[in-house]
Design a protein around this ligand. Sequence first.
Ligand code: AMP
Length: 215
Amino acid sequence: MNLILLGAPGSGKGTQAKKIGVRYNIPQVSTGDILREAVSNKTALGLKAQEYMNTGLLVPDNVVIDIIKERIEKKDCGNGFILDGFPRTLSQAEELNKILELQRKKIEAVISFEVNDKILIKRLSGRRICRKCGRGYHVDFQPPKKDGICDVCQGELYQRQDDKEETIINRLKVYKEQTESLKDYYNNKKILKTVNGEADMDCIFTSLTGYLDEI
Ligand code: AMP
């Protein structure tokens, strides 16, 4: 089962990707995670991507397409994968088609998470992550027991550079201008499924599995 999760930053697609991955035993492939790791390891890729990411702009298509091509050729994607944060432009979507065709694969479903801007801004600006174990928190919706400290490993919590308010506004604008039209693109291919990303996390997952179990 090869899936694409589509949605604005903060729409909850990463959270659902992890849950779907566990249930169907397929990897979550997040271009954002791959790029952040490259930035933190200061690799050539990371140095190239950092500036774009910090300002909320998209990393150039050729860079992310190379990442995806290499990643989905790996053995663990043999039974399927969940693309989280890719494609984000029409040209990425078309390149993905070519890559999949060569591998005799196809996308079974594209799931779009719908959430209004006000909620997205609140979710993103309150998001905090543990430096040590990567666990996610939210200052209002899922606060740690001790301010700024991870409940699980006592690591320090930090705010992603691109979760600062001025960058969030830019990321949402970029989503609307460059990514949102992919919904029409996949709707025309009759593989788009829309979910209410404002609903409770477990309700979304139940409705998604009901749908995915039938594929
Ligand atoms: P995310 O964690 O998915 O919100 O991604 C964080 C940042 O990584 C984005 O704001 C972009 O700068 C970059 N990025 C991630 N995926 C892509 C992509 N498919 N195309 C271009 N840039 C991307």
